[in-house]
Design a protein around this ligand. Sequence first.
Ligand code: F6R
Length: 607
Amino acid sequence: MCGIIGIISKQPISSMVLEALKLLEYRGYDSAGIATLVDGDIERRRAEGKLVNLEKRVNAEPLSGTIGIGHTRWATHGAPTERNAHPHATEQVAIVHNGIIENFAELRAELEAEGIKFQSDTDTETVAQLVSRNIRTGDAPIEAVRKVFDRLRGAFALAFLFKGEDDLLIAARRGSPLAIGYGEGEMFLGSDAIALAPFTDKITYLEDGDWAVLTRDSVTFYDENNAQVSRIVQQSAGAAYVVNKGNYKHFMEKEIYEQPEVISRTLAHYLDFASSSVREDVTNIDWSQINRLAISACGTAYYAATIGKYWLERYARLPVEIDIASEFRYREMPLSKDTLALFVSQSGETADTLASLRYCRAQGLPIAAVVNVRESTIAREADIVLPTLAGPEIGVASTKAFTCQLSVLAALALSAAKAKGTITPQKEQQLVQELASLSGYINQALKLAPKVEAICRDLVNVKHALYLGRGTSFPLAMEGALKLKEISYIHAEGYAAGELKHGPIALIDETMPVIVIAPYDRLYEKTVSNMQEVAARGGRIILITDAEGAKHANVHAVATLTMPEVPEFISPLVYALPIQMLAYYTAVFMGTDIDQPRNLAKSVTVE
Ligand code: F6R
């Protein structure tokens, strides 16, 4: 999603802005731009596509100036062209924006009726034009901006730069995240701590509804009622998030290979491996008050949560409602006070997940969140934070965050089961030991990479693929299909294996690869029957199973990936690996932009 940076310094800032924009690239974008004040006038450089295009533009026509704003744009309103790239500017003001101005059409009509000519198709330009109109009619910049907030509906983070104001930036947050950074005689604003990491580790997160006035030596905060407020300065962990690819070709590859380590680290936070038990105090959830869960999440996090549902219901005997966050918030589900509202999010900024959290807050429910970014809005607004210790995930396609989410959810299910007495101490010990053995199994799964690569050479030529699984392998099938779609652009669907004959079987012919996730467990035989239905219609089966499964398959598979034999409880964590590798190597062969696939954003801060 869009990334914002703003800098007031004593030295030229255009290269600093570009450096920060590079750190925001991971969020996903399709154009970029920068504006500075040159002799008091606003000057812009903007470019379609990747940052290197903007860099070329700035190198060809350098931008001086010690104050400025920059932006990476993920198109919502208007095509990803230079004309629609931010900053949007009039003579008086330049702005960058993350979010959506929902009432932009009516605002634009109002301004156009007054004869104002728009230069772009964006919702953002209406904000620039409104502020500009106020300045032209006599308002000072701060007043001009303040008056505009009341006119805007929707979610936004905004930064403003003004003609002739060499010591003033304004930042505003409603919905979308924004942080202020402190330097020596310099001030910064940015979408996240990562963007600010090269310049400062002292930051303040704007609260929702806040706006801030920045000069080189000061920042003044105002809340949504325009009352001056103080906000705490905190030490940022942003620097830890500035990572490189090391010897790997892509961040996604690096993140796949980091999984044995980050899963162990995450599990060790919740489990005591020495005594093979769940740590008592770590989740801080009073399970005696909880009789059910309502979980919301989006995308990969939703699939992780769906696997978590199987565990929570099976081991802790807790009924779980699970929803895609964008549906949950509008479906008016009856919620009782004995429901724990649980949100799962890597970024902790996903707009729909955050909106669902706030909906549950308004209903008075206790709120827990499984999040990777500790300083995120979701982490800050939850009562109980259940961290995934995956470290920064830069590849847009989630891999290690997914398996760390699974790790936390597995530990959470055991913690609830222990507190509710639905598992015996022996069972707790057994299941904790199974989780403790995960990194070994995952390392074994990683060794299948050459075999996976060989399969992917053929997948490159297909247009569609089906993934099938039962039990916890069903959400994994959906996750596998999502991964393949995201980075290779091959159309794929994940189905419950038993659902095949209720429709999708019509798609099976000799061109259709069917990836079957079937560990040799209590559901295996049922899945084999479904495989036979596929084989009978000439489908090309790629079977992911273990040695026993391979022995009992009894159908012709064009390829079999033989996994280590793993206990059923932890199998989704281990089988996630070949699923991720299948998508990764297919995309490598296709030559797509793996870490920043087209149209996708890492942090989805609009609804
Ligand atoms: C897919 C992927 C997305 C995210 C989804 C939610 O690989 O990464 O589907 O899982 O956008 O994002 P978070 O977890 O940040 O809330």
